[in-house]
Design a protein around this ligand. Structure first.
Ligand code: AKG
Ligand code: FE2
Length: 258
Protein backbone atom coordinates (compact mmCIF):
# COMPACT_ATOMS: atom_id res chain seq x y z
CA UNK A 1 0.00 0.00 0.00
CA UNK A 2 1.46 3.35 -1.04
CA UNK A 3 2.14 5.95 1.65
CA UNK A 4 0.81 8.63 -0.71
CA UNK A 5 -2.64 7.64 0.58
CA UNK A 6 -3.85 7.94 4.17
CA UNK A 7 -5.19 4.39 4.16
CA UNK A 8 -5.65 4.19 7.93
CA UNK A 9 -8.07 7.13 7.87
CA UNK A 10 -10.50 5.20 5.67
CA UNK A 11 -9.59 1.56 6.47
CA UNK A 12 -8.91 0.85 2.81
CA UNK A 13 -9.47 -2.81 2.04
CA UNK A 14 -11.49 -3.50 5.20
CA UNK A 15 -14.57 -5.57 4.36
CA UNK A 16 -16.97 -3.75 6.73
CA UNK A 17 -15.86 -0.36 5.45
CA UNK A 18 -16.29 -1.47 1.84
CA UNK A 19 -19.86 -2.56 2.67
CA UNK A 20 -20.61 0.82 4.29
CA UNK A 21 -19.20 2.70 1.30
CA UNK A 22 -21.20 0.51 -1.09
CA UNK A 23 -24.40 1.26 0.79
CA UNK A 24 -23.68 4.98 0.78
CA UNK A 25 -23.05 4.90 -2.97
CA UNK A 26 -26.37 3.10 -3.50
CA UNK A 27 -28.30 5.61 -1.38
CA UNK A 28 -26.59 8.90 -2.30
CA UNK A 29 -25.03 8.10 -5.69
CA UNK A 30 -21.75 9.47 -4.32
CA UNK A 31 -19.11 8.58 -1.70
CA UNK A 32 -16.38 10.98 -0.56
CA UNK A 33 -13.22 9.65 1.15
CA UNK A 34 -12.06 12.92 2.62
CA UNK A 35 -8.33 13.70 2.66
CA UNK A 36 -7.35 10.30 1.26
CA UNK A 37 -4.37 11.85 -0.56
CA UNK A 38 -1.73 13.00 1.90
CA UNK A 39 -0.49 16.63 1.84
CA UNK A 40 2.86 15.33 0.52
CA UNK A 41 1.07 13.55 -2.33
CA UNK A 42 -0.92 16.68 -3.21
CA UNK A 43 2.32 18.67 -3.36
CA UNK A 44 3.95 16.09 -5.66
CA UNK A 45 1.00 16.25 -8.06
CA UNK A 46 0.89 20.04 -7.97
CA UNK A 47 4.63 20.17 -8.73
CA UNK A 48 4.12 17.79 -11.66
CA UNK A 49 1.29 19.73 -13.29
CA UNK A 50 2.46 23.23 -12.35
CA UNK A 51 2.54 25.48 -15.42
CA UNK A 52 1.17 22.83 -17.75
CA UNK A 53 -2.16 24.52 -18.52
CA UNK A 54 -0.78 25.38 -21.96
CA UNK A 55 -0.17 21.69 -22.78
CA UNK A 56 -3.81 20.85 -22.13
CA UNK A 57 -6.52 20.26 -24.75
CA UNK A 58 -9.40 22.74 -24.51
CA UNK A 59 -12.41 21.51 -26.47
CA UNK A 60 -14.27 24.80 -25.81
CA UNK A 61 -17.28 22.97 -27.04
CA UNK A 62 -20.99 23.13 -26.59
CA UNK A 63 -22.89 19.88 -26.20
CA UNK A 64 -26.23 18.53 -24.98
CA UNK A 65 -26.54 16.87 -21.57
CA UNK A 66 -26.45 13.43 -23.24
CA UNK A 67 -23.12 14.15 -25.00
CA UNK A 68 -24.74 13.16 -28.30
CA UNK A 69 -25.38 14.90 -31.62
CA UNK A 70 -29.00 15.61 -30.65
CA UNK A 71 -32.06 14.93 -32.79
CA UNK A 72 -32.79 17.10 -35.86
CA UNK A 73 -36.44 15.93 -35.79
CA UNK A 74 -36.96 17.74 -32.47
CA UNK A 75 -37.12 21.54 -32.00
CA UNK A 76 -33.91 23.43 -31.26
CA UNK A 77 -35.13 24.33 -27.76
CA UNK A 78 -35.90 20.71 -26.84
CA UNK A 79 -33.58 19.41 -24.08
CA UNK A 80 -32.20 16.82 -26.49
CA UNK A 81 -30.92 19.71 -28.62
CA UNK A 82 -30.22 22.40 -26.02
CA UNK A 83 -26.52 23.22 -25.77
CA UNK A 84 -24.42 23.85 -22.67
CA UNK A 85 -20.80 25.01 -22.61
CA UNK A 86 -17.71 23.11 -21.48
CA UNK A 87 -14.42 24.96 -21.58
CA UNK A 88 -12.06 23.09 -19.23
CA UNK A 89 -8.72 21.75 -20.45
CA UNK A 90 -7.25 18.33 -19.96
CA UNK A 91 -3.95 16.50 -19.88
CA UNK A 92 -4.33 12.95 -21.19
CA UNK A 93 -2.71 9.89 -19.65
CA UNK A 94 0.19 9.87 -22.13
CA UNK A 95 1.08 13.45 -21.11
CA UNK A 96 1.83 12.36 -17.54
CA UNK A 97 5.21 11.04 -16.39
CA UNK A 98 5.71 7.31 -15.96
CA UNK A 99 6.93 8.14 -12.43
CA UNK A 100 3.87 10.28 -11.61
CA UNK A 101 2.44 9.93 -8.10
CA UNK A 102 -0.93 9.65 -9.86
CA UNK A 103 0.17 6.34 -11.45
CA UNK A 104 1.23 5.00 -8.06
CA UNK A 105 -2.26 5.78 -6.74
CA UNK A 106 -4.00 4.46 -9.85
CA UNK A 107 -2.13 1.14 -9.66
CA UNK A 108 -2.33 0.67 -5.92
CA UNK A 109 -3.82 -2.81 -5.39
CA UNK A 110 -5.44 -1.99 -2.03
CA UNK A 111 -7.22 1.07 -3.41
CA UNK A 112 -8.28 -0.85 -6.51
CA UNK A 113 -9.70 -3.72 -4.46
CA UNK A 114 -11.53 -1.23 -2.24
CA UNK A 115 -13.05 0.54 -5.24
CA UNK A 116 -14.03 -2.73 -6.93
CA UNK A 117 -15.72 -3.85 -3.71
CA UNK A 118 -17.70 -0.68 -3.21
CA UNK A 119 -18.68 -0.58 -6.90
CA UNK A 120 -19.69 -4.23 -6.65
CA UNK A 121 -17.59 -5.42 -9.58
CA UNK A 122 -15.12 -8.29 -9.60
CA UNK A 123 -12.09 -6.21 -10.55
CA UNK A 124 -11.12 -2.90 -12.13
CA UNK A 125 -8.99 -2.52 -15.25
CA UNK A 126 -7.22 0.37 -16.95
CA UNK A 127 -8.37 1.55 -20.38
CA UNK A 128 -6.70 -0.27 -23.28
CA UNK A 129 -5.63 3.03 -24.88
CA UNK A 130 -2.97 5.61 -24.08
CA UNK A 131 -5.21 8.59 -23.23
CA UNK A 132 -8.11 7.62 -20.97
CA UNK A 133 -6.92 6.07 -17.72
CA UNK A 134 -5.62 9.11 -15.82
CA UNK A 135 -6.64 12.66 -16.82
CA UNK A 136 -5.88 16.01 -15.24
CA UNK A 137 -8.52 18.72 -15.71
CA UNK A 138 -7.70 22.43 -15.55
CA UNK A 139 -10.40 25.06 -15.03
CA UNK A 140 -8.89 28.54 -15.34
CA UNK A 141 -10.77 31.74 -14.55
CA UNK A 142 -14.21 31.52 -16.18
CA UNK A 143 -13.88 27.90 -17.34
CA UNK A 144 -16.56 25.34 -16.56
CA UNK A 145 -18.01 21.93 -17.33
CA UNK A 146 -21.63 22.08 -18.51
CA UNK A 147 -24.50 19.85 -17.34
CA UNK A 148 -24.10 16.27 -18.58
CA UNK A 149 -24.48 12.58 -17.87
CA UNK A 150 -21.28 10.52 -18.00
CA UNK A 151 -20.89 7.74 -20.53
CA UNK A 152 -19.26 5.52 -17.89
CA UNK A 153 -21.33 4.09 -15.05
CA UNK A 154 -19.03 5.53 -12.36
CA UNK A 155 -16.27 8.11 -11.98
CA UNK A 156 -13.39 8.37 -9.50
CA UNK A 157 -12.00 11.89 -9.07
CA UNK A 158 -9.75 13.85 -6.73
CA UNK A 159 -9.61 17.61 -6.41
CA UNK A 160 -5.94 18.67 -6.30
CA UNK A 161 -6.36 22.43 -6.12
CA UNK A 162 -9.49 24.51 -5.53
CA UNK A 163 -10.06 27.86 -7.28
CA UNK A 164 -10.59 31.00 -5.22
CA UNK A 165 -14.34 30.78 -5.78
CA UNK A 166 -16.69 28.87 -8.07
CA UNK A 167 -15.69 25.54 -9.57
CA UNK A 168 -18.44 23.88 -7.53
CA UNK A 169 -19.58 20.36 -8.38
CA UNK A 170 -23.39 20.39 -8.64
CA UNK A 171 -25.59 17.37 -9.25
CA UNK A 172 -29.12 16.05 -9.33
CA UNK A 173 -29.17 12.45 -8.11
CA UNK A 174 -31.02 9.67 -9.92
CA UNK A 175 -32.61 11.79 -12.61
CA UNK A 176 -32.87 8.75 -14.87
CA UNK A 177 -32.26 5.05 -14.51
CA UNK A 178 -31.86 4.13 -18.15
CA UNK A 179 -28.19 4.97 -18.32
CA UNK A 180 -28.45 5.38 -22.08
CA UNK A 181 -30.23 7.20 -24.86
CA UNK A 182 -32.24 10.41 -24.91
CA UNK A 183 -34.72 9.49 -22.18
CA UNK A 184 -38.50 9.85 -22.04
CA UNK A 185 -40.89 12.78 -21.52
CA UNK A 186 -40.65 12.64 -17.72
CA UNK A 187 -36.88 12.70 -17.84
CA UNK A 188 -36.92 15.55 -20.40
CA UNK A 189 -39.13 17.59 -18.05
CA UNK A 190 -36.67 17.10 -15.18
CA UNK A 191 -33.67 18.01 -17.35
CA UNK A 192 -35.49 21.12 -18.59
CA UNK A 193 -36.15 22.18 -14.99
CA UNK A 194 -32.44 21.82 -14.19
CA UNK A 195 -31.33 23.79 -17.27
CA UNK A 196 -33.92 26.51 -16.53
CA UNK A 197 -32.90 26.59 -12.85
CA UNK A 198 -36.45 25.70 -11.81
CA UNK A 199 -35.39 23.09 -9.26
CA UNK A 200 -32.74 23.02 -6.57
CA UNK A 201 -29.58 21.02 -7.14
CA UNK A 202 -27.13 19.44 -4.72
CA UNK A 203 -23.66 20.87 -4.21
CA UNK A 204 -20.81 18.55 -3.26
CA UNK A 205 -18.47 20.21 -0.77
CA UNK A 206 -15.02 18.81 -1.48
CA UNK A 207 -11.48 19.80 -0.52
CA UNK A 208 -8.13 18.97 -2.10
CA UNK A 209 -7.16 15.35 -1.41
CA UNK A 210 -10.73 14.03 -1.17
CA UNK A 211 -11.44 10.99 -3.35
CA UNK A 212 -14.94 11.09 -4.88
CA UNK A 213 -16.72 8.04 -6.29
CA UNK A 214 -19.75 9.16 -8.25
CA UNK A 215 -22.45 7.44 -10.32
CA UNK A 216 -22.57 9.94 -13.18
CA UNK A 217 -24.50 7.98 -15.78
CA UNK A 218 -27.89 8.57 -14.18
CA UNK A 219 -27.16 11.77 -12.24
CA UNK A 220 -26.98 15.04 -14.13
CA UNK A 221 -23.95 17.05 -12.98
CA UNK A 222 -21.80 20.05 -13.82
CA UNK A 223 -18.92 22.19 -12.52
CA UNK A 224 -19.73 25.91 -12.20
CA UNK A 225 -17.29 28.47 -13.67
CA UNK A 226 -14.07 28.91 -11.70
CA UNK A 227 -13.21 32.42 -10.58
CA UNK A 228 -9.85 33.95 -9.70
CA UNK A 229 -6.19 33.43 -10.52
CA UNK A 230 -5.91 29.95 -8.99
CA UNK A 231 -6.65 27.18 -11.50
CA UNK A 232 -9.00 24.40 -10.38
CA UNK A 233 -7.03 21.14 -10.81
CA UNK A 234 -8.90 17.84 -10.70
CA UNK A 235 -7.78 14.29 -11.51
CA UNK A 236 -10.09 11.71 -13.08
CA UNK A 237 -9.11 8.07 -12.54
CA UNK A 238 -10.97 6.05 -15.18
CA UNK A 239 -11.43 2.29 -14.81
CA UNK A 240 -13.38 -0.45 -16.54
CA UNK A 241 -15.11 -3.46 -15.08
CA UNK A 242 -13.76 -5.49 -18.04
CA UNK A 243 -10.28 -5.61 -19.52
CA UNK A 244 -9.47 -4.54 -23.07
CA UNK A 245 -11.92 -1.61 -23.32
CA UNK A 246 -10.58 1.26 -25.45
CA UNK A 247 -12.10 4.60 -26.39
CA UNK A 248 -13.67 4.77 -29.86
CA UNK A 249 -11.97 6.95 -32.49
CA UNK A 250 -14.85 9.45 -32.45
CA UNK A 251 -14.88 9.78 -28.65
CA UNK A 252 -11.11 10.18 -28.71
CA UNK A 253 -11.42 12.99 -31.20
CA UNK A 254 -14.22 14.70 -29.22
CA UNK A 255 -12.61 14.47 -25.79
CA UNK A 256 -8.88 14.58 -26.64
CA UNK A 257 -8.75 16.37 -30.00
CA UNK A 258 -6.62 13.74 -31.73
O1 AKG B 1 -14.56 18.16 -12.38
C1 AKG B 1 -15.35 17.46 -11.74
O2 AKG B 1 -15.48 17.59 -10.51
C2 AKG B 1 -16.24 16.46 -12.44
C3 AKG B 1 -15.71 16.00 -13.76
C4 AKG B 1 -16.74 15.31 -14.59
O3 AKG B 1 -17.92 15.34 -14.33
C5 AKG B 1 -16.33 14.57 -15.80
O4 AKG B 1 -15.12 14.58 -16.12
O5 AKG B 1 -17.21 13.96 -16.45
FE1 FE2 C 1 -19.02 13.94 -15.56
Amino acid sequence: MTDLLDSARHHLGDADTIRQHRRRLEIDGVVVLDRLLTPKCLQLVLDEVDGREDDAFYADSSHNVYLTDGDPDLPADHVVNRQVVSSKGLLADDQLAETSALRTIYRDPTLRAHLAGLLDVESLHPYADDVSSINVHFHRDGEQLGWHYDNSSFAVTTLIQAPETGGTFEYVPEIRSSGRGHGDAAEHARVKDVLDQEIGVEQLGISPGDLVIFRGRDSLHRVTPSRGDTTRVLVVFAFNAESGVALSASARSTFYGR
